[in-house]
Write a protein that binds this ligand. Structure first.
Ligand SMILES: Cc1cc2nc3c(=O)[nH]c(=O)nc-3n(C[C@H](O)[C@H](O)[C@H](O)COP(=O)(O)O)c2cc1C
Length: 128
């Protein structure tokens, strides 16, 4: 969807990561989302190691994907991993996208992510 539609279709592969949220008997699989996240992370690390660029996107039409692939109700769509050979930023052809692609990568410092003790939710840096 949106800007994703300008670059994602040029990738080599789009991998939809789904979490299967219930077992065959209908009982919940409470770690399904955690497992899907781990699988995505390891695929990202392995692909990067092999020189394949990975760009996760959440901006896609979930209703359309569900209908197109007849996904059952217990398949929770998490993200699509867009995989391919990294193109030069200029190939994006859109100044906002090119600027974002060339911008320095910024990461939160560890103390902003790791909290010792039992913090109140409102004390967390990422709370609303
Ligand atoms: C779950 C998830 C969903 C994302 N969805 C999109 C998206 O729809 N479109 C997009 O351009 N970037 C999206 N991003 C951001 C990029 O994948 C990427 O993480 C971000 O541009 C930071 O890039 P960097 O790791 O090179 O700093 C998403 C990231 C995550 C983790």
């Amino acid at each position: 969807m949106g800007f994703n539609a300008t670059w994602a279709p040029t990738a080599s592969a789009l991998v939809l990561v789904v979490a299967v949220t219930t077992n065959e008997d209908g009982s919940p699989r409470p770690y399904a989302l955690y497992d899907a996240g781990l699988a995505s992370a390891f695929m990202t690390v392995e692909a990067s190691h092999r020189g394949i660029a990975v760009h996760p996107i959440a901006g896609f039409n979930r209703d359309q994907v569900k209908a197109e692939y007849s996904l059952p109700e217990n398949f929770a769509q998490t993200a699509i991993l867009v995989l391919g050979k990294q193109a030069p930023a200029d190939a994006l052809g859109n100044s906002a996208l090119i600027e974002r692609e060339n911008a320095p990568r910024v990461r939160l410092k560890l103390p902003e992510l790791v909290v010792a003790g039992l913090p109140k939710p409102q004390d967390l840096a990422f709370s609303a």
